[in-house]
Design a protein around this ligand. Structure first.
Ligand code: KIV
Ligand code: ZN
Length: 539
């Protein structure tokens, strides 16, 4: 069977989802998981967008083995050079250049004529090719571009040395048969197309990203760009897990395969969800909590008689394993570590120690520690941003006739203990106000949710928060280089059997992400109060 190249852009397009901002440490962990998953190419970021992004791509290029590491660049000399700087140490690197080709983008965004776009494409693909052998070119908004012009631009990119031609449906506008016809037309009319690989990059605005990607490969594309959990701009990109499992499950009809190790799909999905703070909807295909759950009596009856009555995929294929061993307070390190392995968590020694300590603590409070509890522990203890401040201690007093009051102790960047108290409308409000008094980073809480990890009165609560902050002297943030906007969104999550503690942890996680986003050139700190400087628009 012919192979489809899986190009993962979770760390670039995926990171453009509001609130999905990740820092180098988190990106590196995800890149390593993507390598275990067996993706062929990792688009690690947009190096020209910020020094932080450049550094993250550079570290991924140096420290991730296996996949090709790719950096995105506009058709701008500085971008192409930054992308090269970021990926040049990779065992195999790729520069991905793009420029818009639809009339609406050329006229209103770029303010460039067709000739100028064509000329810029030639010059920047040639520059990229002079630096790197592997060059991908994307005509942005190809889905709404004039096909004749598209053939001309793509032909020029091939002539200058582009090795992959990526066709983005940037705004998720096309229908599957239209997108398939577009790819077919490109194959039939682009000069030199047989020398290049055709790739597809579909957005999900009409919920058609995966269908369009499959229409693209059916028409001859051999690379699919996708993201874990379908993250990405607006409604997201084609979900990697859906594309891969559709190709696998319907290989009878599609006749194509990928090099993906599907058992790593569930661990990858959990890791990305935890690091980005973006929860996966329960009914999401392949990785949603209900994707393999059968509720209706008729279905359960059918499944018990013969699994294939209602199941087209085996949950174990995507790394979902059912526990055969009950973990509780008498379980030792060995049993715990075995279960972590079975669940697809690849923890190093120090991480395992921390997770095991949390497990023991929970097992003292709960009779049975389920897989869902273990997932919450890993998410809360391991998949967290690097800490600038650590929540050391928290205590509250509240009730229907008392004023909710909280005292918190944080460990600061130099390890110093910082204590403060505040009162609020309730205990969570009081805790957040006390934390704010210490850290002094103005923000607005825009979302707060608490869900129970398991059933029962002793269950852990998992809290997710979303905060927003404006660039400026008070917040210490520059204009968001990913979006070109002044507004930043950060998410955080925390878990505990005490939901006030979980709330405190979730807030600290979001604040730590915000603090880590300070200090980029052009950003401001309350201390220096320099004017902000825009870092340029994102892709
Ligand atoms: O959606 C898009 O057009 C993109 C390009 C940069 C490939 O993300
Ligand atoms: Zn995109």
């Amino acid at each position: 069977m012919e192979q489809v190249i899986i190009f993962d852009t979770t760390l670039r397009d995926g990171e453009q989802s509001p609130g999905a901002t990740m820092h180098t440490h988190e990106k590196l962990q995800i890149a390593k998981q993507l390598a275990r998953l067996g993706v062929d190419v990792i688009e690690a970021g947009f190096p020209a967008s910020s020094p932080g992004d450049l550094e993250a791509v550079q570290r991924i290029a140096r420290e991730t083995e296996g996949p090709v590491i790719c950096g995105l660049a506009r058709c701008v000399r500085g971008d192409v050079e930054a992308a090269w700087k970021a990926i040049q140490d990779a065992a195999r690197g790729r520069i991905h250049v793009f420029i818009a080709t639809s009339d609406v983008h050329m006229q209103h965004k770029l303010r460039m004529s067709r000739e100028q776009v064509l000329e810029t494409t030639r010059a920047m693909v040639a520059l990229a090719r002079s630096l790197c052998e592997d060059v991908e070119f994307s005509p942005e908004d190809a889905g709404r571009s004039d096909p004749e012009f598209l053939y001309e631009v793509l032909g020029a990119a091939i002539a200058e040395g582009a090795t992959t031609l990526n066709i983005p449906d940037t705004v998720g506008y096309t229908l599957p048969w239209e997108f398939g016809a577009l790819i077919q037309g490109i194959r039939e009319n682009t000069p030199g197309i047989e020398q290049a690989i055709i790739s597809v990059h579909c957005h999900n605005d009409l919920g058609l990203a995966v269908a369009n990607s499959l229409a693209g490969v059916t028409a001859g594309a051999r690379q699919v760009e996708c993201t874990i959990n379908g993250l990405g701009e607006r409604a997201g990109n084609a979900a990697l897990e859906e594309v891969v499992m559709a190709l696998y499950t319907r290989r009878d009809a599609l006749g194509l395969e990928t090099g993906i190790n599907a058992r790593e799909i569930t661990p990858a999905s959990r890791m990305v969800s935890s690091y980005t703070g973006l929860l996966v909807q329960a009914n999401k295909a392949i990785v949603g909590a209900n994707a393999f759950a059968h509720e209706a009596g008729i279905h359960q009856d059918g499944i018990l008689k013969h699994r294939q009555t209602y199941e087209i995929m085996d949950a174990e294929t995507v790394g979902l394993t059912a526990s055969t061993l009950v973990l509780g307070k008498h379980s030792g390190r060995h049993a715990f570590s075995d279960r972590m392995d079975q669940m697809g968590y690849h923890l190093d020694g120090e991480q395992l120690n921390r997770a095991f300590a949390r497990f023991k603590d929970l097992a003292d409070k709960k009779k049975v520690v389920s897989d869902a509890d273990l997932m919450a522990i890993v998410s809360d203890e391991i998949y967290q941003p690097q800490e600038v401040y650590h929540l050391d201690h928290l205590q509250v007093s509240c009730g229907d006739h008392s004023i909710a009051t909280a005292t918190v102790r944080l460990r600061g960047p130099d390890g110093q203990a910082l204590v403060d108290s505040a009162h609020g409308t309730g205990p969570v409000d009081a805790v957040y106000k006390a934390i704010n008094r210490i850290i002094g980073a103005p923000n607005r809480l825009t979302e707060f949710s608490v869900v129970s990890v398991t059933e029962g009165i002793d269950a852990q609560g998992q809290v997710t928060v979303r905060i927003e902050a404006e660039a400026g002297a008070d917040s210490g943030l520059a204009v968001n280089p990913q979006t070109g906007e002044r507004r930043w969104v950060f998410t955080g999550h925390g878990a505990s059997t005490d939901i006030i503690v979980a709330s405190g942890r979730a807030y600290m996680a979001a604040l730590n992400k915000m603090l880590a986003s300070r200090g980029q050139p052009g950003s401001e700190t309350a201390a220096d109060r320099q004017p902000a400087e825009a870092a340029g628009p994102g892709a």
